[in-house]
Design a protein around this ligand. Sequence first.
Ligand code: BES
Ligand code: ZN
Length: 884
Amino acid sequence: MEQFKKQPRLPKFAVPKRYDLRLKPDLSACKFTGSVSIDVDVVADTRFIVLNAAELSINTGSVSFSPPNSSKVFEPSKVDLVEEDEILVLDFADTLPLGVGVLAIGFEGTLNEKMKGFYRSVYEHNGEKKNMAVTQFEPADARRCFPCWDEPACKATFKITLDVPSELVALSNMPVIEEKVNGPLKTISYQESPVMSTYLVAIVVGLFDYVEDHTPDGVKVRVYCQVGKANQGKFALEVAVGTLGLYKDYFAVPYPLPKLDMIAIPDFSSGAMENYGLVTYRETLLLFDEQHSAASNKQGVATVVAHELAHQWFGNLVTMEWWTDLWLNEGFATWVSYLATDSLFPEWKIWTQFLDETTNGLTLDGLAESHPIEVEVNHAAEIDEIFDDISYSKGASVIRMLQSYLDILAGNYFSEVCRRRNDGMPKSLASYIKKHAYSNAKTEDLWAALEEGSGEPVTKLMNTWTKQMGYPVVSVKVKDQKLEFEQSQFFSSGSHGDGQWVIPITLCCGSYEKKKSFLLQTKLETQDVKEFSFDSNKSSWIKLNVDQTGFYRVKYDEELAARLRYAIENKLLTGTDRFGILDDSFALCMARQLPLTSLLALMAAYREEHEYTVLSNLISITRKVGRIAADARPDLMDNINQFFINLFQYSAEKLGWDAKQGESHLDAMLRGEILTALAVFGHKETLNEASRRFDAFLNNRNTPLLPPDIRKAAYVAVMQSVTSSNRTGFESLLRVYRETDLSQEKIRILGSLSSSPDPTIVLEVLKFSLSPEVRSQDAIYGLRVSKEGREVAWTWLKDNWDYIEKTFGGFLISRFVSEVVSPFASFEKVKEVEEFFASRETPAIARTLKQSIERVNINANWVKSIQGEKNLGEALQELAYRKY
Ligand code: BES
Ligand code: ZN
């Protein structure tokens, strides 16, 4: 018995083959009863059966094992549910016979409020509050619903039967085969599933409407949502049908199930969940309202649907062996979702937007407290935290890097057509999927397939990216008509590590026609670039990491950096390359390898920038620089704000407040972001115009003066002037919040409220976030507070920690830590935070806490270095008043 405790994985002397699961939820009492008969293959001599279970009460009288070919039934002499280890240990008096027997267990549980396991979500119907029953099992919460071998590699088939109130809709992974109404209750049985992992099993019971369509090969696709909102499901339905067709061709395997349901759940902890055949979503990521949703909401829905449907193959059909390979699921689905979105909506330039993924990955992976893509997992509680920017964004980015490298070798370099069609990879991927379908795989299996398909040493290359954390910065210098390349591990803290990578380097010189590529396999390498007739002429710029497909940063010597600035000003570079130069410079500045004055001078070169993704990153950089400067040089803030306002003036004027007839999706998204930034930097005209339009909106929710794309900007602008003595704007926003039943609108408001510069208002917003008026899934949106609200948020977090810890499980809890702690920039705060959490650290927040503290240290050092920049004041004076 003791030998089974504290183990990361279950012993495998008995493994499940088939579950016959019956559940009866009681929606008013918030309880459920269930029974499960599991076909179990006993493969080694044992007296024990050990499986997972948690927060269930097992009706011990009902546990039995019927061995193969025998009429004897084994009753366990002991049944122990060990809550710390979430295991159920059945101890039999005799050794069990080998072969497949049936394990029967009866149990009971609570429909909890924690958005995991089998839980309840609350909705309103005809003005009345009702409960629905929902499951969320990933990563390891199926065990909270029924006893099972709750590991991704323990695949089995599932035959599910539900006893539910007759008037409700009850869905599961597979289609219904029989429904028997018996007065107030009905019994629904579903078709048996193919073999699958427990974390993908799903059940939803409640009242819903739906819209329906079919794929050309007859898969029935439905989008379910709150009664009365079926129209809002149409966009997601269209995307789903389109995407299923694409993936079928891309993976060369048809969608494996007879139906696909997608459903909006009002209380939902993550964004969406890829349950096999029954994908669950937050409302904001599934429903689209023509009248009140923004362009960014539309893009959100499309990419999330594309992501979850990618999992139906990559994740559900072929599943990671263990959570160490979680990135195979998430990194891959993220990458493929861009492929699908690009194909359905080419005008969104989604591959340029992909650079935000790369930036997010690079940002987290620049911390000493990061982790390798392939990460060791020893405890179920550690799994939630690795659903992070390493598994998703770095994972997706290194796949993109590999794809682009293979394309170059195949001679497809810079061929837009081939990049779009993504030649090279699909064949190998299809063979990987076929080979591991209905089974499990590891990272090395994917590399093996790609290696076989391409004939290239993929494993050797990719191991350097997935097995060690971090990434390199490549420093490039001109030396005697040659270029010298040096790699060293990049840390945002400014230190250097000793990691080494096999780096696919690409470069262009003076034009996109003159290009070169090679693998940098050593620390230092010199390359002859005679063929470029590289000379002292300024137009002879050199850009590395062409198109930004590589997962590394580049540091140019001063001469090369000046030439690139010239190339940006003269509009010689693509948007992706402009993005990369800016992003790398910002990272180098934070790491104190580039003075802030140089970064600001570079930013000035982006005044006429027009591309969405580049500007969006410029905005986020100005906001970060603005915050750090406020700590370092409060005396310079007027000039800093003025400089930033100047930077955005050009595009703000071009875009205006009103949408142009037939304008692009990207312009619609950009307008909102630019106006929000101008509001934050205190641009008077923007603030006034926002207030005028907001008043019109208060009088008429459908006013053309405040369409959804600019609402957030107006809300943020309104909150800039809210103080304890002038609360009108705040109260109006709360009124809109309470009135609307569109969750995207609620989130827009929640995300704007804490931008008030008055700490007492921020505190009020934080309290509101924890009130019953905000679903606990949404509390995190109020946490991004103004710089003036930072201190009050920290005090609030400490005061409410016990409650927060009790209420928010999974990865939501770690968001509280990172959002509140990371913005600080002093060593005193580091000490304070460490002291507070010394007695409160748990596995669920351990990693995030360390990362947040590291960020505070990085910020504090950055502040010090900015304070040491003697000519900053002068430089800003010039930038703020420069005439164009
Ligand atoms: N498998 C995840 C859902 C998930 C996340 C389960 C964390 C358990 C813990 C799903 O496929 C997913 O990745 N959802 C994303 C949305 C996606 C578009 C990036 C999410 O929830 O943020
Ligand atoms: Zn996913």
